[in-house]
Write a protein that binds this ligand. Structure first.
Ligand SMILES: Cc1cc2nc3c(=O)[nH]c(=O)nc-3n(C[C@H](O)[C@H](O)[C@H](O)COP(=O)(O)O)c2cc1C
Length: 288
């Protein structure tokens, strides 16, 4: 029995992300899968403290919050459904907060479980305002150890409005059935997107366009003339081998360099001591 986990990265309980995930799960359930659902905002995920303890010793993040409880839900999962909304052109804070914490997780599960499929959905009010959210949704699914087989860009404005879009509902249901049926083939990536991470945002570095997420470099003129990304593919920056290389080649040496210079850095910082930072008396606000 395939076990499929659905995750919504929106705080709206009857919003479009949650509704879309549940449509996929319902269909996967009808296809014989065992399904589970969670809302990321129901888990307390603190901001990364930048301590790099996750690359030392037992490689466990020392922050005591719900990160490992959340990851526990992924154990034994055969497929993932992940949806996030575009909020001000970017991914919602809860998704980025999780992503910041995944250096440690990427080392543990990245590359090892990537044959397990993920279907992702990026929800937006307006295609022209889609910003940069989709590649981050896919990056999160990949860092969690899944291979994105389908990345859906869905337009729906008011909470839950997606249920009125019959064409989309049909697609979501099909995605659920495919997941329940085992490892679905990855959909073909349309030619104007980065072939590795499906990003449609590129840096222009003549004569190339470069995907800022994975480093794939395509021919600029070919893209202008034919709207096709053709060139050198980047390495996904979340697989086990890439992360290991990155940590050994860059992160560890940078920590050693910092240690050598720490005293001088702290001395130079002395004159900044009077700026202690203003604290809020109210703490976190909640929505009733
Ligand atoms: C605070 C806020 C900011 C938003 N910013 C954007 C945006 O920049 N671009 C866009 O296309 N839609 C934007 N939207 C619309 C949402 O992406 C859209 O309604 C989506 O379906 C929300 O999913 P949800 O109901 O699961 O939260 C925004 C919505 C909110 C509440």
């Amino acid at each position: 029995l395939a076990k499929i986990l659905g995750i919504s990265a929106s705080r709206r309980p009857r919003g479009n992300c949650e509704t879309s995930v549940k449509v996929v799960l319902a269909s996967a359930g009808e296809g014989g899968a065992d399904t589970d659902f969670l809302r990321l905002t129901d888990f307390s995920i603190e901001a990364c403290a930048g301590c790099f303890k996750c690359i030392r010793g037992d490689r466990r993040c020392p922050i005591e919050d719900d990160l490992y409880a959340l990851l526990g839900y992924l154990d034994g999962t055969d497929g993932l459904v992940l949806a996030a909304p575009v909020y001000f052109l970017s991914p919602p804070a809860v998704l980025v907060g999780l992503l910041d914490r995944l250096l440690t997780v990427g080392q543990v599960c990245g590359g090892q479980t990537r044959e397990k499929p993920a279907v992702t959905m990026t929800l937006m009010g307006n295609r022209e305002w889609r910003g940069v959210t989709e590649p981050f949704v896919n990056l999160t699914a990949s860092l969690l150890g899944f291979e994105v087989v389908r990345s859906m860009r869905l337009v729906a404005e008011g909470p839950g409005e997606i249920v009125t879009r019959d064409d989309v509902i049909h697609e979501l249901e099909q995605a659920g059935l495919d997941l329940a049926g085992g490892a679905p083939d990855a959909e073909e990536v349309t030619p104007e997107l980065c072939p590795v991470c499906r990003s449609d945002c590129f840096r222009i570095e003549p004569p190339s366009i470069v995907c800022p997420i994975c480093g794939s470099a395509g021919d600029l003129m070919h893209y202008v003339e034919r709207q096709e990304f053709v060139g050198r593919l980047g390495e996904p920056r979340w697989g086990l081998s890439w992360l290991d290389k990155h940590i050994e080649a860059w992160v560890r040496p940078s920590i050693e360099r910092y240690r050598d210079r720490r005293k001088a850095i702290l001395r130079a910082m002395g004159r900044l001591k009077q700026h202690r930072g203003v604290k809020s008396e109210r703490g976190n606000a909640d929505v009733r």
